[in-house]
Design a protein around this ligand. Structure first.
Ligand code: 5GP
Ligand code: MG
Length: 466
């Protein structure tokens, strides 16, 4: 699961679905809502985006919502998969939804579950049964046994709770009015609901809210340093989201400014235009254009009505989807030197396609800039790049990547400028430098280096005992 929402206090269910739409970019595989109705909970789930969830015209006291981006288990391919893979989940007397990725499910227990959100709900339920229903204590047990990232919200005994793992990998914010408490992955959700953002849930903090708006804060587990996922700022989050007191838009703008300085160091020909690959890189392209005193032109437009290309199963499928993803303003391309800016180069499919398309239309030169440094290691914490084979920078040096995508120059962000642009030192940069902040992830990495890969299974879903 990737986008989470929790609402306490009577709230229109249809409006909650609209709020969940603001988390669609965090997962378009499927989405779900859960709400209280008399003494039971009801759920409604749908494939694709949250707008497709069917809900009655009611205003329940409790609502949970999820958007799913698959980092464990398979993609949702039919409505039969919805109950299995899509949150929110109910386990006895606890309901919850989670964003993140658990890496050590099979070493914690042999309960058979299909996804890690369901796994967390099961583990909490087991601990609550054993300890007489003490939620803080159940979270202490959970922190002690699971490895990975987990920002979650849920319902227990009529109360809404929120928890963020002690590394703080994934974002989680909350706000309150007299009538409602809202917990969400990103702050623009609160904004739309006219609930003022109070703050981020702190790493290792459990919050429990009751119907009167009272909040209990429990410190469950403390880490001396945190590991906020830098890729949230670079790609994943909405530009309007505020996380750790940073507006994502501003971070992307600063990333663009830093990239412009790297471009200047190369003494290349001044481009005619800076062109963003829509949508994520727009603020960075704007900043590059301003810094270089070159106009920004949106000559690459996105075909909004196409599904995602990133999750396509095979390379042929990805190529053909990437081909129909962009539309070009042909008249502005011929004879021009163009500096294209994208947030990241993962497999290189998008960059190669765009450069080929621009050159086919007569571009004189195409420079390509990425606001993310080369991703040389897979992610085990919730971005679905979970094997070396999915990352071109894992096996290929920068000059060869430039050749592969056909760029006249390739400019990558540097790692230290990522830290400066985000304004935080305690970041998870594992996909850039291989420094995985958790023990089990390091073990997986070690296993990967000792076993040859014969499958395209995610590293953390492989069985290394054979
Ligand atoms: P590539 O085409 O190089 O494999 O991937 C790079 C493109 O995928 C970029 O345009 C970037 O915006 C996008 N991208 C990067 N990470 C993700 C992700 O986790 N999910 C999705 N849907 N797209 C991604
Ligand atoms: Mg993109």
């Amino acid at each position: 699961m990737c986008g989470v929402l929790g609402i306490l206090g009577n709230f229109q269910l249809k409006m909650a679905r609209d709020l969940l739409l603001l988390l669609t970019h965090r997962g378009q595989d499927a989405a779900g809502l859960l709400w209280s109705d008399e003494n039971s909970f009801k759920t409604s789930k749908a494939m694709g985006n949250p707008g497709k969830i069917e809900v009655p015209e009611i205003s329940p006291k409790h609502i949970l919502g999820s958007t799913r981006y698959p980092t464990t288990g398979k993609r949702v391919v039919s409505s039969d998969d919805l109950d299995t893979f899509v949150g929110p989940f109910n386990s006895d007397d606890i309901s919850m939804t989670h964003n993140g990725n658990i890496t050590n499910m099979s070493s914690v227990s042999n309960i058979q579950v299909d996804c890690d959100s369901e796994f967390i709900a099961e583990r909490l339920s087991i601990h609550l049964k054993a300890n007489g229903g003490n939620l803080p204590d159940a979270f202490k047990k959970l922190e002690g046994e699971v490895d990975g990232s987990f920002s979650l919200t849920g319902l227990y005994q009529e109360k809404l709770f929120a928890y963020r793992d002690s590394h703080g990998f994934k974002p989680l914010v909350f706000g309150r009015t007299k009538k409602n408490t809202i917990v969400a992955s990103e702050s623009q959700v609160l904004d739309m609901a006219e609930v003022p953002l109070e703050r981020d849930v702190y790493p290792g903090e459990l919050l429990i809210f009751d119907q009167k708006g009272t909040m209990e804060s429990h410190s469950i587990s403390q880490n001396s340093t945190h590991s906020h996922c830098f890729f949230e700022y670079v790609y994943f989050a909405h530009p309007a989201a505020k996380m750790e007191n940073q507006l994502v838009y501003d971070v992307r703008f600063r990333l663009g400014r830093a990239l412009a300085h790297s471009f200047l160091k190369l003494n290349l020909e001044v481009p005619d235009y800076v062109v963003p690959v829509p949508d994520t890189s727009r603020p960075a392209a704007q900043a590059m254009a301003e810094t270089l005193s070159v106009p920004m032109r949106e000559i690459i437009l996105k075909n909004r009505y196409l599904g995602r290309t990133f999750i396509a199963g095979s390379q042929e499928e990805r190529n053909s989807m990437a081909k129909s993803k962009y539309i070009y303003l042909d008249d502005k391309i011929s004879g021009k030197t163009i500096l294209v800016v994208d947030d990241s180069i993962v497999r290189g499919t998008t960059a190669k396609m765009i450069i080929t398309d621009l050159k086919k239309r007569g571009a004189a030169k195409v420079y390509f800039a990425a606001t993310c440094p080369p991703q040389t290691h897979p992610c085990y914490y919730g971005i679905d790049i979970a094997t070396d084979s999915e990352l071109i920078a894992c096996t290929t040096d920068i000059n060869s990547i430039a050749d592969f995508i056909g760029a006249d120059a390739l400019i990558y962000q540097e790692q230290h400028t990522v830290e400066n642009a985000i304004g935080l030192k305690d970041l998870c940069l594992a996909c850039l430098d291989g420094n995985y902040p958790t023990e089990h992830a390091r073990k997986i990495r070690n296993n990967v280096s000792q076993h040859s890969s014969t499958t395209n299974q995610r590293d953390y879903e492989r069985d290394f005992s054979q």
